[in-house]
Design a protein around this ligand. Structure first.
Ligand SMILES: [Cu+2]
Length: 127
């Protein structure tokens, strides 16, 4: 986990930019990259991990299937939340070093942000 963060630093920075710019093409490209990386590393993965680091959700866009779990791991030094804009989920405060898991229940795309840092935005698409 730690090694992956270090190795993919450049891509993570690009994803963070993408989450702010958020054109459909960029979002699709980032999601595709994330899906390809995940499937290569874990062919049968049912648990997706979003790392919270450097005041960003990484990856900023994620595609999962219904029934799969998404775990947000707070690798930052301050608390964050994972709060859906439509109220569909809300982690409440995730302490530094802690994590929170949510099961993707029904299809759709959910934009979310950190309640403490509104500039921290990302989305998860459930198929
Ligand atoms: Cu935050």
């Amino acid at each position: 986990m730690r090694g992956r963060h270090l190795a993919s630093g450049c891509w993570l920075a690009a994803a963070a930019v993408c989450c702010a710019a958020a054109t459909p093409a960029q979002a699709a490209a980032a999601a595709g990259h994330a899906a390809a990386s995940a499937s290569a590393a874990h062919p049968a993965a049912r648990l997706h991990t979003v790392t919270i680091a450097g005041m960003h959700f990484l990856p900023a866009t994620l595609q999962v299937r219904r029934g799969e779990r998404v775990e947000w791991v707070n690798d930052d030094l301050v608390p964050h939340t994972v709060t859906a804009r439509d109220g569909r989920f809300d982690s409440r405060s995730i302490a530094a070093g802690a994590s929170w898991t949510w099961v993707a229940d029904r299809a759709g795309s959910v934009a979310y942000a950190c309640a403490y840092h509104p500039d921290m935005t990302a989305s998860v698409t459930i198929r």
